[in-house]
Design a protein around this ligand. Structure first.
Ligand code: SAH
Length: 389
């Protein structure tokens, strides 16, 4: 028997419309239980389903099923994880050995992230209700995905808002400091223990391959991190300049270039805004530019400033392109939605005085599924622009 919570009509409606989160303000009667599985009913006692309960979180309830009384036992986790794995069938192959296996709400498994890097798994348990199921989740992963080690990157800041401790923990086997990732003809080192996210930006895999396929001439990879775009660009472009404010990131980018035997990549440790300004001032020109900045808008209040930042880098990049040049530009700010992203590109194009063609818009790769009724599952968008004259 699961303990039971009563939620408001507004909360019930949200779930009826396909969003699994119930905020604290819509919990009418909390369950008499600690974090874990609960049943949820509306104020007329009509059953709404089974959910994860996080007593300390603003996001108090996360639905996992429309059925009530579901026990989240080994069989349940194996069934749900198998569905997520089936969604990635064929993805791990000759072309790549790393992908996201579980994308939280995108796979109907709220607050759970599982990434595979070759023979190792990196997980994130991002809510108290989910954390309560840690043992059974790890056991299910062990049965379903042969691996040599499972690492928890539970250092994510959202865990604090759940009343959970933060840290990096080894959950099974052993996980090396670096893992060599194969990605459509290039190789790079992921850093599961210390790297950003779970060790690498798997969400840009398809975009990197795409940008690499159209790259040429003098190329620039701004916000390069470990040089993952630069590696793809360098296969077709003559030269690639990889820019990042972090010296450690640029050092790793150089290591990755050497790993691929690429000698046409130059790393520059610099602030992107200053770098682009200085390049414009000296009249530099490029044929291919990639902009993959961090999320400038971390919350709603930061949107206006973020839009100014995005506009500036995109405007400067457009001005730096030679006629016929290409810009692949991305934004991973959840708070900047697709229409706003397109509008800021239109704005930058207008100010650039150039004729700019929208060649393609890109979204998240297949292993980061985006649920239409759960906007939070979608944050990454990109565009390929061509400057005609
Ligand atoms: N393109 C990468 C991911 C980039 S993540 C990939 O595909 O893997 C964003 C990067 O921007 C980080 O490496 C961070 O160090 C860098 N960064 C953040 N602010 C910056 C700034 N003002 N100037 C230059 N780089 C910056």
């Amino acid at each position: 028997m699961n303990a039971s919570a009563v939620v408001s009509a507004r909360g019930a409606r949200r779930w009826a419309e396909g969003h699994p989160w119930i905020f604290r303000s819509d919990v009418v009667t909390p369950p008499s239980a600690g974090p874990g599985t609960i049943d949820v009913v509306d104020q007329r006692q009509r059953p709404l389903g089974t959910a994860l309960w996080s007593p300390e979180s603003e996001i108090s309830i996360r639905f996992v099923s429309r059925e009530s009384g579901v026990t989240l036992d080994a069989a349940w986790w194996e069934r749900m994880l198998s569905l997520a794995l089936a969604r990635r069938a064929g993805l791990i192959d000759a072309e790549t050995n790393a992908c996201r296996l579980v994308h939280g709400e995108g796979d109907g498994l709220p607050s759970l992230v599982v990434d595979r890097f070759d023979r190792w798994l990196v997980v994130q348990l991002l809510s108290a209700g989910l954390e309560a199921h840690r043992g059974v989740i790890v056991a299910a992963l062990q049965r379903l995905v042969p691996n040599e080690g499972i690492l928890a990157r539970n250092d994510a800041s959202v865990r604090s808002r759940e009343g959970l401790t933060r840290g990096v923990e080894l959950l099974a086997g052993s996980v090396p400091e670096t893992v060599e990732v194969r990605e459509h003809g290039v190789r790079y080192l992921a850093a599961p223990h210390t790297g950003q996210k779970t060790g690498a930006f798997l969400d840009q895999r398809e975009a990197r391959v795409f940008a690499g396929s159209v790259a040429r001439g003098r190329a620039l990879d701004v916000f390069s991190y470990h040089g993952s775009f630069a590696l793809h660009l360098a296969r077709r472009a003559e030269t690639v300049t990889a820019v990042d404010v972090s010296g450690a990131a640029i050092a790793r980018a150089a290591e990755n270039a050497a790993l691929n035997g690429l000698t046409n990549i130059t790393g520059v440790e610099a602030d992107a805004f200053e770098f682009l300004r200085a390049e414009e001032a000296r009249g530099a020109q490029y044929d291919t530019i990639v902009l993959d900045p961090p999320a400038f808008a971390k919350n709603r209040g930061a949107i206006a400033g973020a839009m100014r930042g995005y506009k500036e880098i995109n405007l400067r990049a457009l001005r730096l392109l030679a006629p016929g040049g290409l810009l692949y530009t991305a934004s991973c700010s959840y708070h900047v939605r697709k229409p706003e992203f397109l509008a800021l590109l239109e704005d930058a194009a207008a100010d650039s005085g150039r004729r700019v063609i929208l060649r393609a818009m890109t979204g998240q790769p297949v292993d980061h599924p985006e649920v239409l009724t759960v906007p939070e599952t979608g944050y990454l968008k990109g565009a390929l622009l061509e400057v005609q004259m």
